[in-house]
Design a protein around this ligand. Structure first.
Ligand code: FES
Length: 471
C-alpha cells in the first residue's frame, strides 16, 4: 500500500537577532564570571595533553581525530582556531615534530575536540598521524592559537565561507558552531574540491543545509573534468561564481581557507565583487616563507602566554579545591613542576569522605573546634620500627623506620590516602602534618605556601621524628 504524505507547512523558528557565542556575556561582564563560564572562556592558549578517543575516516584522504584533554578540562577555543601538536614521528626518544591543525569541531561541544588531517603521501607527519594516532594515543598540544575565527557577537551575522580542499576544516568548525546556536545568521559555503567523491564532511554539510534554513552549501570541482551527473559548479573560483552563490557578497564577512594560490585568487576576486578588505579573513593551509614565519611567531607567542598563565590557572584551581569542605571528598587534581594541572590517567585511590560527626552536624565550625581531639595513645599500633606515625582521622598508630616512605607504611596499615604518581609530582597524596618533622624530596607536586601551611607529600617523604598526621 502506498502512503501519501501530505505536505505540512512548518514555520521558520523564531530567533534572537544576530549571533552571539555562549561565552560572550562572560567576556563583557564586569563582575567576575561564574566558574564554569570562566573555564570555557576562550582567552588563553594552554599547554596540555590530550588523548585520542575516536578516529573517523573522511572523504578526500582526510581523517578526523577526536581528542579529550587528559586533565579532564574542556577545551575553550573559538571556531576557526587551531592547535599545535607535538608528534613523536621519530620515536619517543627523539624530539617530536610540531604541526598545527585547525580544529574542526565546534567549541559549543568543548568536552571533546577534533582535528582533521589530510594525508599528504610525501609528507613527514600526516602519513604518520594517519597510521599511528589511534584511540588511546596521548599527544602534547598547545592551543588554541589563531586570529582566524568567528566574532564573539555579530548583530548582522552574514557570512560567505570559501573553502578549498583541507581548508574546509576551520570552516566546518564555524558552520557546526552556527548550526548549534540560536540567532539569525545567513551563511553561504562555497567548497572547492579536486574530485566528486573527495568532499570531506559532505554528508554532514548536506544534512545541515537540509535542516538549517540559515545555511546554503555549494560545491565546485575545480578545473578537473566533472562526471556527467555532477550538479555543482565546475572550474576555478571566479567572480561570476561568487556572485552567483552570494549576490550580496559585499554585505558579508568572508572567511576563506585553502592553499596559497586559491587564497590569492580569492583576494583579487573579492575586491572585484566589492568586498571590503576589512571584511575578509583568511587562513593559509600552505604558504610562502613569510606566511610560515608569521605562524611560527603566533605559536611562539601562544607558548609564552601558556607558560605565563599556567601558574595562575594552577593557583586558582588549587584555591578552589582548598575552599571546598573536605566532607565533599572532591577529587583534587595535581600540579606538575610548571604548576599546570596534570592528570596521568593512572588509577587513583579515592579518599573516602568521612561520615560527619554528631558534633559537626549540629553546629559547623564552632562545633568542630569545640570537639575534643582524640588521644593518639589510645589508638591501636601496627608495624615495627623506631618511630611512630599517628593518623588522627583513621585512629591508628603505625611504627616506621626513618628510611621508609610514609605513604607505603600508611597504605599497608589501611590508612586511605589518595595517591597517583607516587613520585612527588602530582600532589594527589598531599596531607597535613599536625606535628613532627619529615624529609621530603618532591618534584613539584607541592607549593611552598602549602609546605608552610604544614602540608607534605607522604609518597616522597620519610619521618625524622614521631609524626601526627591529619589522615
Ligand atoms: S602520589 Fe603523586 S605526589 Fe604523592
Amino acid at each position: 500500500m502506498t502512503e501519501l504524505l501530505t505536505e505540512t507547512v512548518i514555520q521558520e523558528p523564531q530567533r534572537i537577532r544576530g549571533l552571539e557565542m555562549p561565552w560572550n556575556r562572560v567576556m563583557g561582564s564586569a563582575e567576575a564570571p561564574a566558574r564554569a563560564a570562566r573555564v570555557l572562556g576562550p582567552w588563553h592558549p594552554q599547554e596540555f595533553m590530550a588523548e585520542c578517543v575516536e578516529t573517523i575516516p573522511e572523504a578526500g584522504g582526510m581523517m578526523t581525530f577526536v581528542f579529550r584533554r587528559c586533565d579532564g578540562a574542556p577545551l575553550a577555543f573559538r571556531a576557526g582556531q587551531y592547535v599545535n601538536i607535538a608528534f613523536p614521528v621519530n620515536g619517543e626518544e627523539h624530539e617530536p615534530v610540531d604541526r598545527s591543525y585547525s580544529l574542526s569541531s565546534s567549541p559549543t561541544e568543548p568536552w571533546t575536540f577534533s582535528v582533521t588531517v589530510k594525508r599528504d603521501p610525501g609528507g613527514l607527519v600526516s602519513p604518520w598521524v594517519h597510521d599511528n594516532v589511534r584511540p588511546g594515543t596521548v599527544l602534547d598540544m598547545l592551543g588554541p592559537v589563531g586570529a582566524f575565527h568567528l566574532p564573539d557577537a555579530d548583530r548582522r551575522a552574514r557570512y560567505l565561507f570559501l573553502a578549498a580542499g583541507a581548508g574546509i576544516t576551520p570552516i566546518m568548525s564555524m558552520l557546526r558552531t552556527i548550526h548549534s546556536l540560536p540567532g539569525t545568521a545567513n551563511v553561504v559555503v562555497l567548497y572547492h574540491g579536486a574530485e566528486a567523491g573527495g568532499f570531506a564532511f559532505d554528508r554532514e554539510l548536506a544534512y545541515i543545509a537540509s535542516v538549517d534554513s540559515r545555511v546554503k552549501v555549494f560545491y565546485a570541482l575545480g578545473d578537473r573534468g566533472r562526471p556527467e551527473e555532477w550538479e555543482g559548479f565546475s572550474g576555478r573560483l571566479s567572480s561570476a561564481m561568487i556572485e552567483e552563490v552570494a549576490p550580496d557578497a559585499n554585505g558579508r564577512q568572508v572567511y576563506a581557507c585553502g592553499p596559497e594560490g586559491y587564497l590569492n585568487t580569492a583576494t583579487e576576486l573579492l575586491k572585484k565583487v566589492g568586498v571590503d578588505d576589512t571584511s575578509i579573513y583568511m587562513e593559509f593551509f600552505s604558504g610562502d616563507r613569510k606566511t610560515l614565519l608569521e605562524y611560527q611567531a603566533e605559536i611562539a607567542l601562544a607558548s609564552d602566554i601558556a607558560e605565563e598563565i599556567a601558574e595562575e590557572i594552577a593557583d586558582s584551581a588549587e584555591d578552589y579545591y582548598e575552599s571546598q569542605p573536605a566532607a565533599f571528598g572532591l577529587y583534587e587534581p595535581g600540579y606538575d613542576a610548571d604548576g599546570t594541572l596534570e592528570a596521568s590517567g593512572l588509577p587513583l585511590e579515592v579518599v573516602e569522605p568521612e561520615a560527619p560527626s554528631t558534633e559537626a552536624a549540629k553546629g559547623g565550625s564552632e562545633a568542630d573546634s569545640a570537639a575534643p581531639s582524640p588521644d593518639a595513645s589510645s589508638f591501636d599500633t601496627v608495624g615495627t620500627g623506631s618511630l611512630t606515625l599517628s593518623f588522627m582521622r583513621t585512629g591508628i598508630n603505625v611504627r616506621i623506620d626513618p628510611e621508609e616512605h610514609i605513604l607505603g607504611a600508611a597504605q599497608r596499615a589501611g590508612v586511605r590516602i589518595g595517591a597517583n604518581c607516587k613520585e612527588g609530582m602530582c600532589g594527589s597524596c598531599k596531607v597535613v602534618k599536625l606535628s613532627g618533622e619529615v624529609e621530603m624530596n618532591h618534584q613539584g607536586g607541592i607549593r611552598k605556601r602549602e609546605i608552610d601551611a604544614g602540608k607534605f607529600l607522604p609518597c616522597c617523604s620519610t619521618a625524622q621524628t614521631d609524626l601526627v598526621i591529619d589522615a
